[in-house]
Design a protein around this ligand. Structure first.
Ligand code: SF4
Length: 160
């Protein structure tokens, strides 16, 4: 059983308020720590290939609090001409938001992952459920997670 940083018996701050968001982001970080622990026995070649989103035609899907965590206190980077994730560094090799990278980026949406034969599917499912619970608490009308580039273009459109 995972240690939970968030005690749901704590009582809820008003939805949508800054304290509620602080707690939501804390819980997202806790889920990320769980993901990192679950994937500690695995490794990847760190080539940055999976971040070339146009080329792979695959994207991490983020719940709203994940996008909030990724963008809070950061300027949105410009889009990349090569269709890679905008959060890649200039060389297109390294993630510039590594500590806050989304759940999907931690659980290796890539077949080049190396490690034990079987990935921790049940643990991942439980973590995703937890992310969904946090997200629905914050944005009850949200229908589901969204691809990272969709979040990106929505936020870009809203920027002053
Ligand atoms: S957030 Fe980071 S790890 Fe995830 S796709 Fe973008 S550059 Fe890659």
């Amino acid at each position: 059983m995972w240690k939970q940083d968030w005690d749901e018996d704590d009582g809820e701050p008003p939805p949508g308020g800054s304290r509620a968001w602080e707690r939501a982001l804390r819980e997202v970080r806790a889920v990320y720590r769980q993901a990192d622990a679950a994937y500690a026995p695995f490794s990847c070649p760190a080539s940055g290939e999976c971040c070339q989103l146009s080329r792979t035609q695959r994207q991490p899907w983020l719940w709203a609090p994940e996008w909030k965590l990724l963008t809070t206190g950061r300027e949105l980077p410009p889009p990349r001409a090569d269709g890679g994730c905008p959060f890649l560094d200039a060389a297109g090799l390294r993630c510039t938001v590594y500590a806050d990278r989304p759940f999907g980026c931690r659980t290796f949406f890539c077949e080049r992952i190396r490690g034990p034969a079987r990935q921790p599917a049940e643990a991942v499912a439980a973590m995703l459920e937890r992310l969904e619970r946090v997200s629905r608490r914050m944005e009850p009308t949200l229908t589901g997670p969204r691809p990272i580039l969709e979040w990106y273009s929505r936020t870009q459109t809203q920027a002053p």
